[in-house]
Design a protein around this ligand. Structure first.
Ligand code: ADP
Length: 499
């Protein structure tokens, strides 16, 4: 049964009290098994809703609906211009319901309400508007030919860009609505149809988004939403023979499973995976700005950001000052419910994540890292941990090598450019990076040498629908956002005519 947590805003009560179903072929339906799972408020550890537990049978129904919508439904016949209008409308509806969506996100994920409103919801709306514009701008090329074995032959050759087909999209819990937008935006712009699986920890905003997508007039079967667990619903998407492409955001470990599962029908795969991003402070930086930036790079969203600046490299002469500065900020961060206006850091998303981060903190201490700020969990009922700054961190420690996905930064000193680049690139990951310096050449040298998909110079965590995002090395395959994201959802067909 559903106990209503005290923190639930009145405006959400009616939405939460209705049964949370699956969206298949334009209808909200129960799972074939009839099963549900509990959804928790991470600030109170109370059950706030129950969501339908979809599994392989439901994924199969959703794929059939998506297939029918792709192979001949109104979506497949719609002009690109009209497709763009509907996608734009989704963006508008998100804005119109911004406060409600932000509340839902704070309730389900724990993040501060102001962050949910200004970042998650605003970026999600913007993503749909940005991608709406691309719908009418997907073009092939004309290509001059010079066929060696057909001398004098005259040809007219061109490429067609076609939607890849039915796509499966599996998303995480750290930015539930925004990750849905990153995935759905380009898939809709290119004319694909979709089976989306939100994370089991945070299914609520995707369900509400599904309602808004219907309200916008996106035809039935174009967007299907299956809530459920990774090992069942997620795995069924990754392995389904009738899905042409799978896009996944989550852990590197699960990303590798996706590749294996996708091999059956060789569906195309894009992956946005973990990170252990280096954030570098040189002694010629504006130190106040760099210290505030380094704190924000790790504590934003409770550190549950794949591109978080979790390895902080500080030039030797200023190491103690910068560590002290970031620690001072950490100690003063107000940790609490995301609905409290003074809260700067909310709870972690789940009990499991809370326990995982706590295990890393213990491992760091056991291995000799010193917590200058924080270092432990905060007593419940919610899933809170202290913002933590570790010094005396070394490259062999698990807190430096592995993705913690929590508010824990490991600070390490460096001497000069040469050893910095070696240290920064000494990671299995390569998602993002940051550098703080007033020296433009140093910044550019770093930008060229670092093996990471994003480089932030004198800033961190700047995201824009137009700016591609994705990983080197084990941080992933392909890019999201920007026009680069469209390629993930398009096939190129070459057409050659003899004149
Ligand atoms: P985390 O460990 O931080 O929860 P995951 O990578 O496990 O991150 O989860 C990201 C998404 O992948 C979620 O939607 C989850 O349900 C899904 N998932 C987890 N395991 C699998 C799997 N074996 N196959 C497909 N999807 C999965």
């Amino acid at each position: 049964s559903t106990a209503t947590a005290s923190s639930v805003p009145a405006a959400l009560q009616s939405f939460l009290s209705q049964p949370k179903q699956l969206l298949i072929g334009g209808k909200w339906v129960n799972s074939a098994s009839g099963k549900h799972f509990d959804v928790f408020d991470p600030a109170t550890d109370q059950v706030i809703a129950q969501a339908a537990e979809g599994d392989a049978a439901d994924v199969d129904r959703a794929v059939k609906a998506a297939r029918a919508a792709f192979d001949g439904g109104p979506w497949s016949k719609m002009t690109a211009s009209n497709r763009g209008r509907l996608i734009w409308r989704v963006g508008e509806l998100i804005e119109e319901h911004a406060d409600e969506l932000a509340q839902l996100e704070t309730l389900d994920n724990g993040k501060p309400l102001g962050v949910a409103r200004a970042a998650d919801v605003a970026l999600a709306a913007d993503m749909f508007r940005y991608m709406a514009g691309w719908a009418t701008k997907i073009e092939g090329n004309t290509i001059p030919l010079n066929v060696p074995y057909a001398p004098g032959g005259e040809f007219h050759a061109f490429t067609l860009k076609e939607p890849i087909g039915v796509v499966g999209q599996i998303i995480p819990w750290n930015f539930p609505l925004l990750m849905a937008a990153w995935k759905l935006g380009p898939a809709l712009a290119t004319g694909c149809t979709i089976v989306l699986k939100p994370a089991e920890q945070t299914p609520l905003s995707a369900i509400r988004l599904g309602e808004l997508i219907q309200e916008a007039g996106i035809p039935d079967g174009v967007v299907n939403i299956i809530t459920g667990f990774g090992e069942t619903a997620g795995a069924a998407i990754a392995s389904h023979e009738q899905i042409d492409k799978v896009a996944f955001t989550g852990s590197t470990e699960v990303g590798k499973l996706i590749i294996g599962a996708a091999a059956g029908n060789l569906k195309k795969v894009t992956l946005e995976l973990g990170g252990k991003s280096p954030n570098v402070v040189y002694d010629d930086a504006d130190l106040d700005m760099a210290i505030a930036g380094a704190a924000d790079a790790i504590f934003f969203n409770q550190g549950q950001v794949c591109s978080a600046g979790s390895r902080l490299f500080v030039q030797k002469g200023i190491y103690d000052d910068v560590v002290a500065g970031v620690s001072e900020i950490a100690k003063n961060l107000k940790v609490g419910s995301g609905f409290d206006a003074s809260t700067q850091m909310g709870p972690l998303v789940s009990r499991e994540q809370h326990d995982r981060v706590t295990r890393f903190l213990k491992a760091g201490a056991d291995q000799g890292a010193e917590a200058v700020a924080g270092g432990s969990a905060i007593d419940g009922p919610g899933y809170f941990v202290q913002p933590t700054v570790l010094k005396h961190a070394t490259e062999e420690m698990s807190v430096v090598r592995e993705e913690i996905f929590g508010p824990v930064v490991a600070a390490m000193p460096f001497e000069n450019d040469g050893d910095l680049i070696a240290q920064a690139n000494n990671s299995a990951y390569g998602l993002a990076s940051g550098i703080w310096t007033r020296d433009i050449s140093k910044a550019h040298r770093f930008a060229k040498a670092v093996k990471a998909g994003t480089v932030w110079i004198n800033c961190y965590s700047i995201f824009d629908a137009a700016l591609p995002f994705g990983g080197y090395k084990q941080s992933g395959w392909g890019r999201e956002m920007g026009h680069a994201a469209l390629e993930n959802y398009l096939q190129t067909k070459s057409v050659c005519i003899s004149l």
